[in-house]
Design a protein around this ligand. Structure first.
Ligand code: RIB
Length: 312
C-alpha cells in the first residue's frame, strides 16, 4: 500500500439543524446545534486513515482552541501532525452548516486554510515517491493547488482532484490530474453542461478527458455515480439508506477511491466500496464523526451483496 498525501482544508464545523432556511432579515429558532471537526481536506484524510491507509496531511490552522482540536482529531485517526502549519495571526477555518431535512447548506470562512502556500506543499511532499497518491480539494488558494499537482506529477504520484467548492479550472491544472471526482453540481459549473440534460455524462466526461484528465467519476447523490476513462462509461448505483445528514459523504467517497488507488488496484474496482462508504456516512450526523472504518464498510458491503442476491 502506497502513502496518501492529502493537502487541504481543516475546519471546525458549526452545525445547526433548522426547520427551514431563514429568509432575509429573519431570525429563526434552530432545533439543535453541535460542533465537530470537518474541512474537506481533513475529512478526506480521516476517511483514508479509517480504511487503514498511511496518510500524511498538509494543512494549516490558527493557534486557537479550534486548531488544537482539529489537530487532535487527526492524531486520533492515526495521522501525524507534523505537516500542519500553525499561524498565530489567523483564525482556524470554520464552516457554518445548516441542515434542513436531508439537505445541507455550507458556508466556509477559510481562515488559516488560505495560508497553505506552494512552499509548504513542497516541504510536505518532500518524501513522496512514485506511485504515492496526492489528494486535493479546493478550499485552499488556487495557486497552491496548481503547484501541488504539478509537483506531484513530476514526482510520479497518482493525483486526485475533488473540485469542491467548484470553480473554473484551467488546462494547466487539469493536465496534471489523473482522476477528478466532482459531484453533479460541481461538474455542471466547471463544464457548463446542464446536469439535467440526458446527454450530461456523455458531454461532461469527454470535457475533462480532452483536457488531459485520465479518469472521471461524477457523483450523483441518490443516483450513485458515473465513471468514465475515455473508453468506457459505467453507472454504479447508490446503496439505499435512511439519509440523516449528507455532510462529508463526498469526502468519504473520494477518500475511499484514494485508498483503492494507493493499493494499486484500478480506480473503477473501488467504486462499489466508495458508494457503500458514502452511504454509511449519510446515515449519521456530522463530518468526521460520521466517517466509517474499513471494518464497518466491509460489513456493510457484505449486507448489500446479500440484499442484492436475495432480490435477484
Ligand atoms: O465536505 C464537507 C465539509 O465541507 C465540511 O466538513 C465543511 O467544513 C466544508 O469544508
Amino acid at each position: 500500500m502506497r502513502k496518501i498525501f492529502v493537502i487541504g482544508s481543516m475546519n471546525m464545523d458549526m452545525v445547526f439543524r433548522v426547520p427551514v432556511v431563514p429568509q432575509r432579515g429573519e431570525t429563526i429558532m434552530g432545533d439543535a446545534f453541535f460542533m465537530n471537526p470537518g474541512g474537506k481536506g481533513a475529512n478526506q484524510a480521516v476517511a483514508c486513515a479509517r480504511q487503514g491507509a498511511e496518510v500524511r496531511m498538509i494543512g494549516a490552522v490558527g493557534t486557537d482552541v479550534f486548531g488544537t482540536e482539529l489537530v487532535e482529531a487527526l492524531q486520533k485517526a492515526g495521522i501525524p501532525p507534523e505537516r500542519i502549519a500553525h499561524h498565530p495571526q489567523t483564525p482556524t477555518g470554520t464552516a457554518l452548516i445548516l441542515i434542513t431535512g436531508s439537505d445541507n447548506r455550507i458556508v466556509v470562512a477559510a481562515g488559516a486554510n488560505a495560508e497553505v502556500s506552494p512552499h509548504q506543499i513542497e516541504e510536505g511532499l518532500r518524501d513522496a515517491f512514485p506511485g504515492d497518491v496526492l489528494l486535493m480539494q479546493m478550499e485552499i488558494p488556487y495557486a497552491s493547488i496548481v503547484h501541488g499537482f504539478a509537483l506531484a506529477k513530476k514526482k510520479g504520484m497518482f493525483t486526485i482532484l475533488n473540485p469542491a467548492p467548484a470553480q473554473l479550472l484551467d488546462e494547466a491544472l487539469l493536465r496534471n490530474v489523473d482522476l477528478i471526482v466532482p459531484n453533479e453540481t460541481e461538474a455542471e459549473k466547471i463544464t457548463g453542461f446542464s446536469a439535467h440534460s440526458p446527454l450530461f455524462s456523455a458531454r461532461a466526461i469527454p470535457f475533462f478527458i480532452e483536457q488531459g484528465v485520465k479518469e472521471v467519476v461524477i457523483t450523483l447523490g441518490a443516483s450513485g455515480c458515473i465513471y468514465g476513462n475515455g473508453e468506457t462509461i459505467m453507472n454504479i448505483p447508490a446503496q439505499p439508506v435512511e439519509v440523516v445528514d449528507t455532510t462529508a459523504a463526498g469526502d468519504t467517497f473520494v477518500g475511499s477511491l484514494a485508498v483503492t488507488a494507493a493499493s494499486g488496484a484500478p480506480v473503477a474496482s473501488g467504486l462499489f466500496r466508495a458508494t457503500c462508504a458514502a452511504a454509511l456516512t449519510i446515515s449519521k450526523m456530522g463530518a468526521q464523526c460520521s466517517i466509517p472504518t474499513g471494518e464497518e464498510i466491509d460489513r456493510f458491503m457484505e449486507e448489500c451483496r446479500k440484499t442484492r442476491g436475495s432480490r435477484s
